[in-house]
Ligand binder design. Sequence first.
Ligand SMILES: NC(=O)c1ccc[n+]([C@@H]2O[C@H](COP(=O)([O-])OP(=O)(O)OC[C@H]3O[C@@H](n4cnc5c(N)ncnc54)[C@H](OP(=O)(O)O)[C@@H]3O)[C@@H](O)[C@H]2O)c1
Length: 329
Amino acid sequence: MEFRAFVAERADDRVERGVRMFAAVDLPPGEVTVRVGWSSVNYKDGLATIPNGKVARINPLIPGIDLAGEVIASDDPEIEIGSQVLAHGYELGVARHGGYAEFNRLPAGWVVPLPGGLTSREAMTIGTAGFTAGLSIARLEARGLSPAEGPVLVTGASGGVGRTAIAILLERGYETWASTGKAAAHEDLVALGVAGILSREEVTAESPRPLEAERWAAAVDCVGGATLPYLLRALRYGGAVAASGNTGGAAFATTVFPFILRGATLIGIDSAALPIAERRSLWERLATDLRPRNLGDRVTEVTLEGLPEALDGILAGRAHGRWLVRVAG
Ligand SMILES: NC(=O)c1ccc[n+]([C@@H]2O[C@H](COP(=O)([O-])OP(=O)(O)OC[C@H]3O[C@@H](n4cnc5c(N)ncnc54)[C@H](OP(=O)(O)O)[C@@H]3O)[C@@H](O)[C@H]2O)c1
C-alpha cells in the first residue's frame, strides 16, 4: 500500500518540505491503523518544519500533531475497525510520524474515540489548539472560576488557542475580553461576542508597578513573554492565569507580589503528555458542555499541497482562527 504524505526533511541548515509517496512499511509500530481524514495546523507544526524550531525529533518527519479518521485495522479489542477516532500530542508529529499523511499507525493507548456530536472535521477544527483552550478553562473552573467571579481575558485572541477559548467561554456565559495584535480581527471578535478588546501594547507594556488595578477574575494565556507578567499584575484577588504558550516569548520575568499580596495562581497547561483517561473525558466535554460557539467559523481549509503557506503563516503570527487540513483526497 502506498500513500501520500507531507514530509519535512532537514538537510544542513535547511528544511525541505513537500508531498511524497510513502509505503505502509514506513509507518511506525502500533495496534491501530487509521485512514486519516483531517488534521490541523498548530504553532508547534510550524516549529517542526523550520531549522531551529527544536520540535522535530526524527528526520525526515511527517509533521501534524493531531489527526482524525477511520480505523482500518486494530489489534485492540476496545477499538473497532470502522470506528471514527482522533489522536494528538504524545510523540505524534514530533518523534514519530504525524497527521499530514493519508495513513497512520498509533499505539492503542493514544487513541480517543470520536465523541458523539462531533464530526471528524469538527474535531480537527477544535484540534490541539482547541483542546488546549478547553483544558485551560476546565482547569480554571476546577479551582472555582465561574461567570459570577468576573471578567476573563483571553490573549492571542485571533489564534487557534485564543479564539477557541473565547468561543467556549462565551458559550458558558462568561464576560469575555480579548487581547489581540490584529486590528483586522476586531470585527470578528465583536461578532463572536467579546465584551471588549485590548491591544497587544496594553498587555505587554512595561510597568513600574508590581500590581495594577484588580481587573480580571482569570485569564487564558497562550502568549507568555511580557503578557503573562501583565496578567498576573492585573488579576483580581484570588484570580488565576492558565498559561499554555509562548508566541510572545519564552522568558518570564515578574515579581512575587501577585502571589503573596493577591493570592494569585499560575496554572501550567500541557496538552501533549496529558494522560489518556483525562484526554478522552475532556473530548466528551468538547462535544457537549465545552463545545465552542459557532464551531466552523474562521476555518481555512488546506490540502497537503497547501501546507507550506499555512505553516509559514502561523509562524509569522498571521493566524486568524484555524487552518484545517483535508488529508483524504
Ligand atoms: N501547552 C500546550 O499544551 C499547548 C498546546 C497548543 C498550543 N500551545 C502553544 O500555544 C501558543 C498558541 O498556539 P496556536 O496554535 O494557537 O498558535 P496561533 O494560532 O498562531 O495563535 C497564537 C496567537 O498569538 C499571538 N501572537 C503571535 N505572535 C505574537 C507575538 N510576537 N507577540 C504576542 N502575541 C503574538 C497572535 O494573536 P493576536 O494577533 O490575536 O494577538 C496569534 O494568533 C503557541 O505558543 C503554542 O506552542 C501549547
